[in-house]
Design a protein around this ligand. Sequence first.
Ligand SMILES: [Zn+2]
Length: 230
Amino acid sequence: MEADPAQLHSDDSGNPALFDSATPDGQLLADSVVSSISPLIRPGSVRFLSLDAHGRVLDWINWQDATCLYARDAVAWTLGDPCLTVRGGTNRLTGQQSFIELHPIVASRGHARAAGLSPTPSLTNQALFARDDHLCLYCGQQFSRQLLTRDHVLPVSKGGRDTWENVVSACFHCNSRKANRTPQQAHMPLLAVPYRPSWIEHLILSNRNILADQMAFLKTHLPKRSRLSA
Ligand SMILES: [Zn+2]
């Protein structure tokens, strides 16, 4: 993958209708039509990997937010082949429709992330179950989200904290069996040691529709010890 200069395609009147950067965001996209370049990609499910201009990973963004970056000329560079096309208004003079091709990885000017500073992923149940691959870490069986619970390894009543290092996914049955005890007291050994995912691990775990270019980029940024490296 090579960095391409981002391209904003619009008519040459200097007033690209719906992609006018002066237009409020809501209006900007109200009449836009988004389409996939590959039939394998569903427009609504694609997320774009947002980087700062130094290439540090920020977050997933949807196509609407990605389009705003292009329209505001805030894109510093991109990686990967375009995956979605967003079509805007038609120019009254030329009759040509403006369009923007969105790339899977978008580095933007402006908000840079401090070097070496990586955000801690929020400890939501969804993120926790994704970390544990939807396995109950006591019986080892896989469950759907609705059938999993957040278990505190050291119970809260015994001073356990609600942190990544002290919580695991557990099925209802195991959680109620363990009750208000530690795994040792309950004779229910943990199948894996709970850990705090890095930001990159969190991004991989939180998106089921990662494009090949995005996954290749994220994998080069994984911590060496990561379980997701394989
Ligand atoms: Zn279980």
